[in-house]
Ligand binder design. Sequence first.
Ligand code: URP
Ligand code: ZN
Ligand code: ZN
Ligand code: ZN
Length: 489
Amino acid sequence: MSLLIKHGTVINADQSYAADVLCEDGKIVALEPGISASGIDTVIDARNCLVMPGGIDPHTHMQLPFMGTVASEDFYSGTAAALAGGTTMIIDFVIPSPGERLLDAYHKWRQWAEKSCCDYSFHVAVTWWDESVHDDMGTLVRDWGVNSFKHFMAYKGAIMADDGVLTQSFPRALELGALPTVHAENGELVDYLQKLLQKKGILGPEGHPQSRPPKVEGEAAQRVIQIAGILGVPLYLVHNSAIESVDAIAAARRQGQRVFGECLTQHLLIDESVYYDKDWNRAAAHVMSPPFRPKAHQEALWDALSGGVLQTTATDHCCFCGEQKEMGRENFAKIPNGTAGVEDRMAVLWHHGVNMGRLTANEFVALTSTNAARIFNIYPRKGVIRVGADADLVVWDPALVRTIRAETQHQRVDFNVFEGMEITGAPAYTVSNGRIAYADGKILAAVGSGAYVNRPAFPAYIQAQVRQNGRHPLRSVPRSAGNGADGRL
Ligand code: URP
Ligand code: ZN
Ligand code: ZN
Ligand code: ZN
């Protein structure tokens, strides 16, 4: 199986150049101008197009059982939508119920994901603690290619991890060479504010942002960064939406702490006015956590992306249709949390980032693919166009104009938070494992054609952390019994 992409401009995170790309059996095997097309099975003419590493969305939730229902997108429909948007790999989440063995949950999710049509991997959530969790974390890292563990500081009474769980889990992740990740919102404060709003009769979707203001996120971000700093553990914060959390990450990074941050495309473009819409359905459709913020936060997020404070973009793709959102008609706290985005992430970021002069094309590649590959330790297999890398590519037509509409999307959900947005720049072709997976608006990838990606543990990176701890070694003072430190009474 050979595929040749001719006449395009290759865009990597570090440089751009004109070259043809030859793929064989799922790998890139040659990268130079003027590769002959004779004997090649499939040839793509990429004249006037950019050839970029396929996107990696490090945060999705396909068919997630959550808040009394199940997300409407399954692993086939969701990964097909990803391919339509130029994303060739997702990292989804195994979320065990409290008390459920991590390994049992992991194997359940692996089975659900077999129908994926792009490559996929899993973070595993630590939602409770006992010795079996400690042991299963080890098995997952050593035998099952998991190198990141997720902790929800919110969702009290469900999957929330309190400081006790974080303090057990973070050092365990460190000793295994795995990266702890967190959803930073103070779950106790959310619970308190939800009850307060309900008591005051505020039961509509406008209660959602009021129960989760920016400081609720900022407090948790600051706290968990301090916890990770004390434990000497690297940390990745998902879906940062607020100035407060961005500032906390920036401050920690300035002091040499290894903290990474992610941002969702939705938070870059949508503000909290959506929750005050008179139409309950529209307001409820935007309910996700953290909520959309006042506009000033969006500029801070863009600055954090271009300034290197945040390294990745994701979607937290978690779809619920109108009838599922209805579960919270009488109480905003019961509206299933989540919005879609996996199909639109790259085009929206290209249009509002590159076309608007906020990002260069190389920065775009870093933010949509390369940095996620590095942080989650699958670089240079993924995240770069080079000989030996997986042939996961997007042939990007920077002149293609499209209007985003729920009616025409591949995402299996009845709403799109970017409805009516006109964007310039979109995939002409998406190539997954050396095969054309999407072209001309059509999904060509077969059910189950995606592969599970093992992510190895990180030895070099962890050593860097240990060196950092070495700057503040633990000290003891030798004293003889009953005496002062110098041996005299
Ligand atoms: O609202 C959201 N984000 N739903 C998915 C679960 C999570 O918090 O990531
Ligand atoms: Zn241990
Ligand atoms: Zn979350
Ligand atoms: Zn999420």
